[in-house]
Design a protein around this ligand. Structure first.
Ligand SMILES: Cc1ncc(COP(=O)(O)O)c(C=O)c1O
Length: 381
């Protein structure tokens, strides 16, 4: 199979990730739930991973790194905890449902008001409207670092500076960029960073987390076993236990730890350069095909390694099926859980075909994909 669906999940993981999960399953006890070697070794792996995540995202205290199951959980915990009745929140039309649905729920159930920054023709946020959207009760901005539909990046330094200036919370969804694009919470003015472990961080599914600036406190999303203060009726206030009730996904976190080591050894810049090369090679070739419509801004010097397109008026899912059945190429059609982006491009009915690239793809695979698109386009239009 030629796997071009890395924006959904990274499929070719570093070998060390699988080894680490296997070893953890064989040897890991429950972190923080005992003083024996198996429990202590789990605690060491988990703390070590917290430190690596803290280093990666410019977090000074590893206790401010909280493990969750994925960015959806992290975004729910954050949005649920930060915004309340009477608050106004700004988000963008580039968002995934993991941002939109928790915000819509707040709007419906608690009367939080919401403004959605529109995009320009290429699907990039209209930064010029930020000031206009600001209200006296605006409490924060929640936005993605890169669109999972187009690959367009959001200038989070610019939005971070805007948030600082107006004393707003800044929550960033780094699902499509963590591990490949440099993120420094301090420098970028990010208050809460939500990440998922199984995409560009190359870890196992079921891993993810959020990083919080020290002055931000979130209520417990869930309470229960903590391994400490067991006779108290309330869940501990100390971070990260405050936001981590129940046994952590230690086996997955061990895999994430190995993935973080692999990123450091390979070099984030090398990984990104390779992915950009694959994306550009594909884009430059398919854009020459007359029947192809491509969505997104390719004038951005760096973007998430995604090319989303349609072939004439053909339904995206049918194109994906043809790519899979005839060429064994894995892509993703449909709405990509990002309804506003598709409404913006008027592709709600047709959907769009997303090709997303990885460090592990080969140039031969990219050439095969280009040829496949060319052949389908010639036959179907
Ligand atoms: C931009 C963006 N945000 C959030 C998510 C949700 O990630 P997860 O399913 O790992 O929680 C995704 C996954 O597709 C995404 O692309």
């Amino acid at each position: 199979m030629i796997y071009l669906d890395s924006a959904a999940t990274s499929f070719h993981k570093p070998e060390a990730v699988a080894d680490a999960v296997y070893n953890a399953i064989r040897h890991m006890g429950n972190s923080g739930r005992g003083g024996h070697t198996a429990s202590l070794s789990a605690a060491r792996v988990i703390y070590g991973t917290r430190k690596k995540i803290a280093n990666l995202f410019g977090v000074s205290d590893p206790a401010q790194v909280v493990f969750t199951a994925n960015s959806t959980q992290s975004l729910n915990m954050t949005i649920q905890g930060l915004f309340h009745a009477g608050d106004h929140v700004i988000t963008t039309a580039m968002e995934h449902n993991s941002v939109l649905r928790p915000l819509y729920r707040k709007e419906q159930q608690e009367g939080v008001s919401l403004s959605i920054l529109p995009c320009d023709a290429c699907g990039t946020v209209r930064y010029d409207l930020l000031e206009e959207y600001l209200q006296p009760n605006t409490k924060g901005i929640v936005c993605t670092h890169a669109s999972n539909v187009t690959g367009n990046m959001v200038d989070i330094v610019r939005i971070g500076a805007f948030c600082k200036k107006h004393n707003l919370y800044f929550v960033v969804d780094a699902s499509q960029t963590a591990g490949v694009f440099s993120i420094d919470m301090e420098q970028m003015g990010i208050d809460v960073l939500c990440f998922t472990g199984h995409k560009s961080l190359m870890g196992p599914q079921g891993t993810g987390g959020l990083c919080l600036q020290k002055e931000i406190t979130l209520p417990c999303f869930c309470v229960g076993g903590s391994g400490v203060q067991s006779y108290r009726k309330i869940h501990p206030e100390e971070m990260p236990t405050h936001l981590e009730a129940g046994t952590l996904n230690g086996h997955g976190i061990a895999g994430l730890s190995a993935a973080l080591d692999w990123i450091t050894e390979t070099g984030m810049d090398n990984i990104r350069a390779q992915e950009q090369k694959h994306m550009r090679m594909f884009y430059e070739a398919v854009r020459q095909i007359p029947q192809i419509k491509i969505y997104g801004d390719f004038s951005q010097s760096e973007r998430a390694p995604i090319v989303t397109l349609n072939i004439g008026d053909n339904p995206a899912e049918e194109v994906c099926d043809a790519l899979a059945e005839r060429y064994d190429i894995a892509t993703r059609g449909g709405a990509h859980c990002a309804p506003l982006m598709h409404q913006h491009f008027q592709t709600e009915t047709q959907g769009a075909v997303r090709f997303s690239f990885s460090y592990f793809n080969t140039e031969e695979e990219i050439q095969t994909a280009i040829q496949a698109v060319r052949e389908i386009a010639e036959e179907w239009t």
